[in-house]
Design a protein around this ligand. Structure first.
Ligand code: SF4
Length: 381
């Protein structure tokens, strides 16, 4: 799915955020007009500017203008975009998707072996915050859920809390899901500050990869990470924050997976959700594949024991990024169709599968690296 495109910019002197429309009647001060109309016929009025695939630049207006764009077909009426000074057009919010994620920073204080979006050490926090500050009020009020990711969002410091407060105010019915490594919450003041916001629609997704510090620290490539994450989890619980534990399944995490499940039950009984997640073949993973790859079929015993143990204790457990034909049937009830629509794919084998509708399929990038046990179910299975 196309989320970025580019044209030639005119009168764009800063990042502009707005809603796209092809309908002159929907124009207002927050909209871009997508059009192929002759420029002399363009409507007057207070709108941000014009985006077009036309190749000419005889556009006589002070408005922002991006021309020579290869295609605008990927944009739906009401999508929210950012237009940069170089003519780049990034889709920030898709109106027809339930999977909208807002990037907060590309900085991170960990450097996980399997990071799907490797961090970049550049000072981008003000840049992304200023984009989000303009974007959030434009998101439809009936948006069911918004995801915040990075990098590590809490490295925004006070701006992180400002952003949560803004979402809480501007989107009063929207669930907020933040992906964070939780380490900064080892500082009580951070957890306390989040508690003060008192947002019960906020869920923090925090990874924990082992019950033993050396393994967790190795996986996230950061000393003291296990200690900080666990301290952070307890601080967050003290301030009544909702927490989801996220465990990525690979060669480093599988050997102690059952022990980790027992650790979570004994030490983190306050968490609301535990999710076991298949490995994504993107970011650092292809470079570390020898350290990480284990065929998901080959860890079914460990996964089944861990999931059944936690579920048996009354905890809420899910499995993400898995395929029904690879999982034992006893685990199907925990398997969720978790992969965002724009990165979800199926193999040619899946076309003839009778469970296609129920199966979450694969990340598009996992078409290159997946279990050897993927096999279509027939109608009599
Ligand atoms: S064959 Fe494809 S659709 Fe069927 S269960 Fe396996 S991965 Fe899912």
């Amino acid at each position: 799915m196309l989320l970025k495109t580019r044209g030639i910019a005119q009168n764009v002197n800063e990042s502009l955020i707005g809603r796209v429309t092809r309908n002159d009647k929907n124009l207002d001060s927050n909209t871009f007009l997508l059009t192929e109309q002759p420029f002399e016929n363009l409507p007057n009025g207070d709108y941000i500017g014009v985006l077009t695939t036309q190749k000419t630049n005889n556009f006589l207006s002070e408005k922002a203008f991006v021309y020579n764009i290869p295609s605008l077909d990927h944009l739906s009426e009401g999508d929210l975009i950012a237009v940069g000074t170089t003519g780049n057009i990034n889709t920030l919010y898709r109106i027809n998707s339930h999977y909208n994620t807002l990037l907060t920073t590309e900085r991170c204080n960990s450097n996980c072996l399997m990071c799907s979006q490797p961090p970049r050490d550049r000072d981008d926090i003000d840049h992304y915050y200023n984009i989000l500050k303009k974007l959030i009020p434009l998101i439809p009020k009936d948006c069911p859920e918004i995801n915040l990711s990075g990098g590590e969002p809490t490295l925004m410091g006070e701006l992180f809390f400002n952003m949560i407060e803004q979402i809480q105010h501007d989107l009063p019915d929207t669930e907020i899901h933040v992906l964070t490594n939780g380490r900064t919450f080892a500082w009580n003041s951070m957890a306390e500050r989040l508690g003060e916001i008192n947002c019960n629609r906020l869920m923090l997704g925090i990874p924990l990869y082992a019950d033993y510090y050396q393994i967790h620290d190795y996986i996230v490539q950061a000393n003291n990470a296990f200690y900080q994450t666990v301290a952070g989890l307890h601080n967050l619980a003290r301030y009544n924050q909702r927490i989801e534990i996220r465990v990525v399944l690979h060669k480093q995490s599988i050997p102690r997976l059952v022990k980790l499940a027992k650790y979570i039950y004994k030490n983190l009984p306050f968490v609301e959700h535990i999710t076991f997640m298949g490995l994504e073949y993107i970011g650092y993973t292809p470079f570390n594949i020898d350290k990480l790859w284990i065929d998901p079929y080959d860890y079914n015993d460990e996964l089944e024991e861990s999931v059944e143990f936690l579920a048996g204790q009354g905890m809420n457990v899910s499995i993400y990024n898995s395929q029904l034909c690879v999982l034992p049937e006893s685990l199907w009830k925990y398997s969720r169709k978790s992969i965002s629509d724009w990165k979800n794919s199926y193999l040619p084998e899946c076309e003839q599968c009778s469970k296609l509708i129920d199966c979450g399929g694969l990340f598009t990038w996992n078409l290159k690296k997946h279990s050897n046990y993927i096999k279509a179910f027939s109608n009599i299975d």
